[in-house]
Design a protein around this ligand. Structure first.
Ligand SMILES: O=C(O)CCC(=O)C(=O)O
Ligand SMILES: [Fe+2]
Length: 296
């Protein structure tokens, strides 16, 4: 071994789309992420781009919410705005099978002495296109499940239902270090909540370099971050979707049960309890803003 890597060290694997589901599951359990080769085709990428471009071009100041910087353009409400992202990327059978495998929760409980087993299926948590441009710096490495205040204990191997999120990243172009390929720390999904050791900032970090048509799957507990856009022109567009475990919601759907015109009349504490104030960090927004603005 000249590289100094041990044979069982976590890595970023590339697996062709047609491979057995078990290959993707094994890679995600071991490394927390995997590249799916030949996930889509140039026609679908071009169509998706055409659908989101008008939203990216809007002259609103680009958001600086969470890990986003002012130079990142976004298209929120992506599932509604791009039929291609919705039906070809998000609804993709491989992604949905993997989501079901990792996020579905099966529990047995008792009504009196009678055991009942039920399954809670995953939900879409967020869908957004992020388009980084010249001037965008690398994000700090982070776990996306920080939004859900997920807690982790360090483990040597992957226990069932450890994660609450599983993401799908579909780049519009080839991703390279120079155009801000996502940076990941394979294996970090098995770490606990102690301060992570990234050495000089790059210890264990790998660039998710993909070809156009590839996609990337990542568990919510994996440390990662958008890379720096080092070129003087161009952009790196990425369609991002995350599913969450289906129990990450209220029992009664307040947003459908209580119309916004009614909620405007409620007291602030009730509005807050119904979910009209974003939870920090970054949970429960509309267009990256706390939904209170809709009650004005
Ligand atoms: O743009 C990327 O590559 C990743 C973005 C990300 O991780 C985030 O905004 O939380
Ligand atoms: Fe992130």
């Amino acid at each position: 071994m000249t590289s100094g890597r041990k044979p069982r060290d976590p890595v970023l694997r590339r697996i062709p789309y047609d491979s057995p589901r078990s290959a993707f599951i094994e890679a995600l359990e071991k490394n927390g992420c995997v590249i799916v080769q030949n996930f889509t085709n140039p026609e679908a990428l071009a169509k998706a781009k055409e659908e989101v471009q008008p939203y990216l071009d809007v002259e609103e100041p680009a958001s600086s919410v969470g890990a986003l910087q002012g130079s990142t353009k976004t298209c929120t409400r992506l599932i509604g705005r791009s039929a291609t992202v919705r039906e070809k990327f998000f609804a993709d059978e491989l992604y949905q099978d993997i989501v079901e495998h990792f996020l579905a929760i099966e529990s047995t409980c008792y009504y009196g002495a009678n055991a009942t087993t039920t399954t809670c299926h995953p939900l879409l948590s967020v869908s957004i296109t992020m388009d980084i441009r010249p001037g965008t710096l690398a994000q700090q490495l982070h776990r996306d499940d920080k939004n859900h205040h997920a807690r982790h204990t360090a483990v040597p191997s992957y226990p069932r239902n450890r994660d609450v999120l599983l993401g799908l990243f579909v780049p519009d172009c080839a991703t390279r270090r120079e155009n801000g390929a996502t940076r990941v720390v394979p294996g970090s999904h098995l770490w606990g909540d102690a301060k992570p050791d990234f050495g000089d900032g790059s210890k264990g970090v790998v660039d998710v370099e993909m070809e156009a048509g590839d996609a990337f799957l990542m568990l919510g507990s994996l440390y990662h971050g958008g890379g720096q856009f080092m070129l003087e022109e161009g952009n790196r567009m990425m369609h991002i979707m995350f599913c969450c475990a289906g129990n990450m919601r209220q029992e009664e759907i307040s947003f459908l049960s209580y119309p916004v015109e009614e909620v405007k009349k409620y007291s602030k504490v009730v509005q807050d309890r119904l979910g009209w104030t974003q939870s920090e960090p970054n949970l429960g927004w509309v267009d990256l803003k706390s939904p209170e603005f809709m009650l004005q």
